[in-house]
Design a protein around this ligand. Structure first.
Ligand code: ZN
Length: 184
């Protein structure tokens, strides 16, 4: 019995969820055992002004959802991450391949949400978003553009430049411009 960790008698075979099982409930909550698998992105509540959660999105892979009502024109979530200068962000953009979470702070600094991100990096693009960005004293804040109801997915207009690689948009909004890039 000396090899047993924690206070429960859960069989060791139950400790690892099967691949593809991304539900938090599948992970045992034993003492000294992480309740978080690396596969499940999390919102860092320190940077969120409301209760939010990340779960699978119909727009793209993961999305951030409101767990409570959020009034218009309020700070919802801060975009955090590693701060990179112009040269570093250029290198980083080349390294990541498919998943890039670089957010331009100003014409010198970029925030890489892939390292130290609050979870804001999982907010999906929409052409008619319920969030907008506000840069305030070196902080990237996601503000509510309108009232947001509990259960709604949070979205932001990524405003990719017109002259870079085009990304098709499937946001489903009646005013979808068809691409995540700006048209002009
Ligand atoms: Zn769209």
């Amino acid at each position: 019995m000396a090899s047993k960790r924690g206070a429960t008698t859960t069989k060791d075979t139950e400790e690892v969820p099967p691949s593809g099982a991304l539900r938090r409930a599948a992970v045992p909550t034993r003492l000294g055992y992480s309740t978080i698998t690396p596969d499940i992105p999390e919102i860092n509540p320190r940077h969120a002004a409301y209760r939010l959660e990340i779960r699978e999105s119909s727009i793209h892979r993961w999305g951030v959802y409101a767990l409570e009502n959020i009034p218009a024109n309020h700070k919802v979530l801060e975009y955090t991450g590693e701060r990179l200068n112009r040269k570093q962000s250029k290198e980083r953009a080349g390294q990541h391949g498919g998943m890039v979470y670089l957010f331009t702070l100003d014409n010198y600094w970029t925030i890489d949400g892939a390292r130290g991100g609050s979870g804001a990096e999982y907010v999906n693009h929409c052409c008619d978003p319920n969030l907008e960005t506000q840069i305030l004293k070196d902080h990237i804040l996601f503000m509510s553009r309108r009232d947001i109801l509990a259960g709604e997915e949070l979205t932001l207009d990524y405003r990719f430049a017109k002259n870079v690689q085009k990304y098709e948009c499937k946001c489903g909004s009646p005013i979808c411009r068809g691409t995540i890039n700006l048209l002009k």
